[in-house]
Design a protein around this ligand. Structure first.
Ligand code: GCW
Length: 676
């Protein structure tokens, strides 16, 4: 329940003794709220892991841990070159072994207080993961500027697509009562480098911008500030009408422009470092500029102008689709936004989901990445498991995030990966960002499933540096959260790394997508054909018939493949080069089509469904051997959740196999047990 900040005692006695030897003396130049928080964190960590209370010293005659911004450290000249410290930027840090007065010392330094806080967390992680600290030379700095959690939390404390209890924000008790959870949330988020929090749902309530609520938001901002986390708000585009008494919210109307300007000024009077606005406009019934025949750029720029004097930004979502636009939902965001490239103000960042539909278990990368070279694009991932079995399924999402980040768009030639694009490699003057839809709620274990915490953790790590590997992040999280014992870490790491593919296999193998239960998005629903709008029906997406299955997005179909650069387009376009994982995303394939596995499509699909469900059984067997490594309650929690997950996997498998069989009209291949 302390997330990855439990600071468990270092079990390896020899190593613990070495740590103590190195860390007995401390020179920590604190003072500001951020530095005080960093110092407090360091002391809590050392106490928990080593039962150590380091002695504060002024004159370093011993092996000392120095912590402080470079200007305040007073180290002997040239201990660390100024040019090296400069590389840490505004939020990064340096951890370095140095020799002072013939003593081996460690220095944690940065250019800013927040850099120091990150450095302290980075240093604690070394101990939490039991690294040697004899020779250290670590330079860390974020590759992305805005690393933001998006909470889809409503003012009545329900959470849209939240599966971990109610909202952690207790609006009723705010601003007077600051729950310890807010502070722990900020600590945990800061520990992985998250620096922003959109506290309310993108399906926004205009009341959020009333003085009463802004007071409450201010209290949260004050709580997060020492941890380097800025508060942002989702805003409803019709707010000038809803709470401002105006007749219009036309972004070119002078009164509307003035209203937003005044509102921004009001917000910044209370929250001088307010981050800015997140906007969902003209999507799923939300109001937006198109009602006034204005473009997304007109709407975003108007808000951007109101925020610019205060250095705020607008995160404008590209999640738009409309069932009145015929045929292929996957194409719409690209069609609407690409023509606007270069038209957004410099403090607007267009927020694009990782894939073109909607956070499915597997999607190809969104074709907008690389298609808007003059527009900042902020990638949006979903941590909450809307389409991944809610909080009863163990799904470690880092491999999903990495799959997208490492996809090569070829937009600027080979090597134009999504990661390179969103980190601004090809256009360094753009602002950069990564958003994660939070999976946090009021559940005692924060995220509903103990392993779901890993997704919050991994999101922060990847937003800080998308080049980090899923495997390293998983191992670090397991060690920090549970224990360093290799007999636990190795199997947990491997369970985590396989978990997303397993889930794809029993839900949506081979490029299938959007075949889940209607409305709730829970459980299988490939038969859904009456959802109220065509593009909410499962049948719209899988298009199964007696000939085959899949959505033809090649040039003989919707031609969505053509939204990708030629090398990518050609790969998807061609049935023989299209990867199995995306086959039915791009093609309507005959049931007897021969797959790479040598099986027919039908047999291969059945195989994937069975493999997926079986893998959950495997996972259960592994977990059953882990009772000795975690406390009883946690063991039982995970055990029970895995049993539920297994039932769900079987339900997905049986439903999909039996339903699709009505089209394929083929027997279930030998060796697979016929669903009851
Ligand atoms: O995934 C869909 C969800 C909606 C959500 C929407 C969005 C907040 O089903 O609940 O609304 O995406 O991202 O705006």
């Amino acid at each position: 329940y302390k997330l990855w900040l439990g600071y468990h005692a270092v079990a390896d006695k020899k190593l613990a003794a070495q740590y103590v030897q190195q860390l007995r003396y401390l020179k920590f130049t604190a003072g500001s709220p951020t530095l005080n928080a960093a110092r407090e964190e360091l002391l809590v960590g050392l106490e928990g892991m080593l039962s150590l209370k380091p002695q504060d010293i002024e004159k370093p005659n011993y092996s000392t841990l120095f912590v402080g911004v470079s200007s305040s450290l007073n180290l002997p000249k040239n201990t660390i070159a100024q040019s090296e410290i400069q590389q840490t930027g505004k939020e990064g840090y340096l951890i370095r072994s140095v020799t002072i007065n013939n003593k081996k010392c460690i220095v944690i330094t940065a250019q800013t207080d927040i850099g120091i806080l990150h450095g302290v967390f980075g240093f604690l992680k070394l101990l939490q993961t039991q690294q040697a600290i004899g020779v250290l030379n670590i330079l860390e700095y974020p590759r992305i500027m805005y690393r933001v959690l998006d909470h889809w939390d409503n003012l009545n404390r329900t959470v849209e697509r939240g599966y971990a209890g109610s909202s952690i924000w207790n609006w009723h008790k705010l601003p007077g009562y600051i729950d310890q959870r807010y502070i722990d949330y900020a600590r945990a988020s800061a520990s992985v480098g998250i620096n922003g929090s959109v506290v309310n749902n993108v399906n926004a309530n205009a009341l959020m911008l009333t003085p009463e609520y802004l007071e409450k938001v201010k209290a949260l901002a004050n709580t997060f500030r020492p941890y380097g986390i800025k508060v942002y708000l989702s805003v409803k585009f019709s707010s000038p009408i809803d709470i401002g008494g105006l007749k219009t919210s036309d972004p070119l109307d002078p009164q509307v422009i003035q209203w937003w300007k005044d509102k921004a000024d009001e917000i910044y009077r209370g929250i001088p470092d307010f981050g800015g606005f997140l906007v969902k406009a003209n999507s799923e019934g939300q109001p937006g500029p198109q009602a006034y025949k204005r473009s997304h750029a007109d709407g975003a720029n108007m808000l951007a102008d109101a925020l610019a004097p205060h250095n705020g930004i607008v995160m404008w979502r590209a999640f738009v689709y409309d069932n009145n636009v015929p045929y292929d939902r996957a194409k719409q965001a690209y069609n609407e936004f690409k023509p606007l490239d270069g038209q957004f103000k410099s403090n607007v960042i267009v927020q694009v989901k990782n894939g073109p539909i909607d956070f499915q278990p597997r999607e190809p990368f969104h074709p907008l990445f690389g298609a808007m070279p003059n527009t900042p694009l902020m990638i949006e991932f979903q941590l909450t498991q809307e389409y991944l079995g809610f909080s009863t399924n163990l799904v470690y999402e880092a491999p999903l995030f990495k799959e997208c980040l490492e996809s090569d768009t070829y937009a600027m030639g080979k090597g134009s990966t999504v990661a390179n694009i969103i980190t601004g490699k090809f256009n360094p003057k753009l602002i950069t960002g990564m958003a994660g839809v939070a999976n946090i709620g009021s559940d005692v274990n924060w995220c509903g499933h103990p392993f779901a915490q890993a997704n919050w953790y991994a999101f922060g790590r990847l937003a800080w540096n998308p080049a980090q590997s899923s495997a390293t992040i998983a191992a670090d999280w397991v060690k920090m959260t549970f224990t360093n014992q290799p007999a636990f870490v190795a199997p947990m790491q491997s369970i985590m790394l396989q978990s997303r593919e397993n889930t794809v296999n029993y839900m949506t193998p081979l490029g299938l997508h959007h075949i889940m239960g209607v409305n709730t998005h829970y459980g299988p629903g490939p038969w859904v054909d009456n959802a109220g709008r065509a593009d909410w029906n499962a049948t719209y997406y899988h298009k199964a018939d007696s000939a085959g299955i899949g959505f033809n997005r090649s040039s003989t179909g919707s031609n969505a493949a053509a939204q990708y650069q030629p090398p990518v387009r050609d790969m998807f376009e061609n049935l023989t080069t299209c990867p199995d994982e995306y086959l039915l995303w791009f093609h309507h394939v005959r049931w007897d089509h021969k797959m790479r596995s040598g099986k027919t499509l039908w047999d291969d699909m059945v195989h994937h469904y069975y493999m997926g469900a079986d893998s959950v059984k495997q996972m259960q067997r592994t977990w059953d051997k882990m009772a000795g490594y975690v406390d009883k309650e946690q063991f039982q929690t995970v055990k029970q959740l895995m049993a539920v997950q297994y039932d769900e996997a079987i339900s997905w498998r049986n439903s999909c196999v039996l339903y699709f069989q009505t089209f394929a009209n083929r027997p279930i291949p030998a060796g697979y047990q016929m669903p009851a």
